[in-house]
Ligand binder design. Sequence first.
Ligand code: AAL
Length: 362
Amino acid sequence: MELSAALERYYETYNGERPEINELYSQFRYTELKGLDYNNHDGTIIRRDPTKVIFADGVFHVWYTCRKSAKPQNGCNNCDIWHATSKDGFTWEEQGVAVSRPVQPLPGWFSVLTPDILEWEGKYYLYYQAFGDESGKHKQSPVMVSTADAPDGPWTSHNEIIVPRGAEGEWDHHCIHDPYLLVYRDKIHLYYKCDFGGTSHADFIRMHGLATADNPLGPFVKHPLNPIMNSGHETTLFPFKEGIAAFAIADGNERSTIQYAEDGVNFNIAATVALIPHAAGPFVPDAFTNADYGRGITWGLSFTYPRENIKSRMLVRFDCDLSLDVDDPKMKARPGMHDAEYLFGHGLNEEQRRERLRQGER
Ligand code: AAL
């Protein structure tokens, strides 16, 4: 029987006939972390962009962009990469700086941020954006790496660019953001995001690319099909069944979706979700095991801003059920309505209201 486009998609694209049984659909639940101080969110301490969480030596580890300053500051300038550990994923103990800014003119002198972690042959590799320019503009941001024998460091910077920006005119000319590492099909996979096409944060087009390598220090070879995701902001991916699942966060026509690529390259929408975690750094037990059948994720860290200070940033925990080993129907249930207070909290602003009242008068 001939199928409409919608029916074709219904059978071919989704992992189940209803979201409730779609393995790549989940709600997201959030919890405030214990143990990390923010000076009452006065803007003198920000933490954001967590790596994926790993488990080593009996504890969970995470690294993240952090800035501690005498006066409140906005944006991602003057940041270093910090490290925290936890026994239960809810209470975290900050261990201090893992990687600090190198001296000018080395890439990263302006800020080192948005790290991710790779474990490879018993060593640890932190990859991060190396800003040499002012945050908020088209930043000159290639990827750098530091290495250590243990998660607690000490970290040694390789001080060379590991993934360079594309040439002028190429889609990834302006920056390589959000490096994200997985070991898949015998190769190190480094997914990344690039901003292009616009002039400011508000009108950039954002897409994701892939570079692969046999060695953590490279050479990383960019995939000929790049960009391989047309939407999303920060990169969050995990091995799932034979392929790779990815969050498309915040930007693009396919934002707020979870996507799946059976080959780690050709992504399709697998589910549309609400409250997707920003810069999600999940705990991915099989991130580096070269698994031929990925098991998925149930929690991780993410970041947002505190109600007291829209310009500040803080880490939070998210939970979900995107795992083949867990079945939590509460995470799969149809989301309820929002109450009126929540809806009115998303009301028109004064200008929009005046404009609509004027239209009503005509
Ligand atoms: C983030 C990431 C990158 C950008 C900025 C800090 O959320 O996409 O890291 O540079 O915003």
